[in-house]
Write a protein that binds this ligand. Structure first.
Ligand code: G6Q
Length: 542
């Protein structure tokens, strides 16, 4: 761990003074100065091509950013994570999502124990379960085949599975319907089970702790829904519920046979868990072979991150560029724009990965930071976003670095769709970078009064990620790319990317308010005047 305050390091100071020199340069000038720029500022690994030439950087910027990474000890911190050191200091835990995709036969030690055999034991158990559901060998309580699989979980126990289900839908078994229930809002459960037959429905209760309020509330509702329809026989629970958890005791207390529990470990963070047993719904949907391909993709990117020099290292390059914009251009947000409809939930997934990880304002040693940390991540698939919020990216007052993600091939080749889609992606990155000057607008015969409205300043940076086709391995690579980019940023900022204390306060306050909403008699309210008034109004209207 580096203890020198980040802003006092030579590398930081060098970047600051460098920024005063290059921060104002326009991408038009940068491209004009070097006809090879588009090729030179690119890197390729694991079948992913990263074009970062449309960023507001020079070779010197990249050299200085790499220097910053060296100075912050990134290499050593990567090694520490892969070695299983307890780098999540506030929870005293190792951070070993990379072990979830370590091939059989490799060894990663935690507290003197090799964790890799356990990972494969669970994967094998998941595979045999998934095969039984998919083949129809797993029967419901009344002997009917399972047609519907519903994952109940929230946060890290939901966002990854939902995203992966959508991303890999092409590879899914279309005879199985998958639903996801996360919100404690009863609308979520009610709509998910709408029209489903409980006798053909299997619930996967996904909760690391098996205590999460939303998940347990939904799990009990699901239990009642099944039992009510199947005559109240408690033994039905074993046929219609399985659990993914680290908490065997709570799983048993719920009535789920622990033989049907799929475990994981405290060294897997929720938002880093889609490739653990939390991915059980993914495996049931796409099958064990595709799930293993997903893991192989993750692993390939892990190895790249662990071994590639920083100048060719995709996650390091993307992480350093994120730091460059957040801290030197004061960019508050970053957009993720997949030109692939199957990745429609990828931005939502990344919101948690990036913001829960790097939304921190104290360093590992508890000092308040005097620099910006994680940006606000958001996005939608292209081309849809073009007809909505791209206006602000092109002509608004905020600098919003964008990640464009596109594929050379489509899984559904129909007419000209894919070329039109990709033409739009390339065009957007081009327009953002180079814009359109007043002279160009005037030369088109635009009336003077309209010229300022039709000028595109350009100089709006973006990365473009180009891959072959969306498939399980590629999805694994993409997720690992962002995981390690987030890690890189966290190391530079010297923050803990693996805890999430900021989610606790609201949970505690909600537990206090629940009885105040439910009590028959008007409760004595001791909140602030706003909260008191809202509670009274709610009680009056409910
Ligand atoms: C993720 C967080 C959080 C967590 C959920 C669900 O990193 O820890 O999103 O995944 O709160 O927790 P359980 O899996 O314990 O229900």
């Amino acid at each position: 761990m580096s203890t020198t305050a980040l802003t006092k390091t030579p590398a930081w100071k060098a970047l600051q003074s460098h920024h005063t020199e290059v921060g104002g340069l326009h991408l038009r000038e940068l491209f004009a100065a070097d006809p090879e720029r588009g090729r030179k500022l690119s890197a390729e690994a694991c079948g992913l091509y990263l074009d970062y030439s449309k960023n507001r950087v020079t070779d010197e910027t990249m050299r200085l950013l790499r220097g910053l990474a060296e100075e912050r000890g990134l290499r050593g911190r990567i090694d520490a994570m892969f070695r299983g050191d307890k780098i999540n200091l506030t929870e005293s835990r190792a951070v070993l999502h990379v072990a979830l995709r370590a091939p059989r036969g490799t060894a990663i030690m935690v507290d003197g124990e090799d964790v890799v055999p356990g990972v494969h034991e669970v994967l094998d158990k998941m595979a045999s379960f998934a095969d039984r559901v998919r083949s129809g060998a797993w029967l419901g309580h009344t002997g009917r085949r399972i047609r519907n699989v519903i994952n109940i979980g929230i946060g890290g126990s939901d966002l990854g599975p939902v995203m992966a289900y959508e991303a890999l839908k092409f590879y899914s078994d279309r005879t199985l319907r998958c639903e996801f229930v996360s919100n404690v809002d009863s609308d979520d459960f009610a709509e998910a089970v709408q029209g489903l037959d409980p006798a053909e429905t299997l619930f996967i209760i996904s909760s690391k702790t098996f205590t999460t309020l939303e998940t347990m509330t939904n799990a009990h509702t699901a239990r009642e829904w099944v039992l009510r329809a199947l005559g109240g026989d408690e033994s039905a629970v074993a046929k219609h519920f399985v659990a993914v958890s680290t908490n065997a005791e709570k799983v048993r207390a719920f009535g789920i046979d622990t033989a049907n529990m799929f475990g994981f470990w405290d060294w897997v963070g929720g938002r880093y868990s889609m490739d653990s047993a939390i991915g059980l719904s993914t495996m049931v949907s796409v099958g064990p072979e595709n799930f293993r391909a997903l893991l192989a993709g993750f692993h390939e990117m892990d190895e790249h991150f662990r071994t590639a020099p920083f100048g060719e290292n995709l996650p390091v390059l993307m992480g350093l560029l994120a730091v460059w914009y957040a801290d030197f251009f004061d960019a508050q947000t970053a957009a993720v724009l997949p030109y692939e409809q199957y990745l429609k939930r990828f931005p939502a997934y990344l919101q948690q990965l990036t913001m829960e990880s790097n939304g921190k304002s104290v360093t590992l040693d508890g000092q308040t930071v005097d620099y910006s940390t994680g940006a606000v991540y958001w996005g939608e698939p292209g081309t849809n976003g073009q007809h909505s919020f791209y206006q602000l990216i092109h002509q608004g007052t905020h600098l919003i670095p964008c990640d464009f993600i596109g594929f050379a091939r489509t899984l559904n080749p129909i007419g000209r769709h894919h070329d039109i889609l990709m033409a739009n992606m390339f065009a957007q990155a081009e327009a953002l970078a180079f814009g359109k000057t007043a002279e160009e607008v005037r030369a088109e015969g635009t009336a003077d009064a309209l010229v300022p409205h039709r000028v595109f300043a350009g100089n709006r940076p973006s990365n473009t990620l180009l891959a072959g086709v969306i498939d399980p391995a590629t999805l694994g690579k993409l997720v690992a790319l962002y995981e390690h980019s987030v890690f890189t940023q966290g190391v530079i900022w010297n923050i803990n990317s693996f805890d999430q204390w900021g989610v606790e306060l609201g949970k505690v306050l909600a537990q206090r308010i629940v009885p105040e909403l439910e009590s028959k008699d008007a409760p004595d309210l001791e909140h602030d005047s706003s909260t008191n008034a809202l509670i009274r109004r709610y009680r009056a209207q409910r």
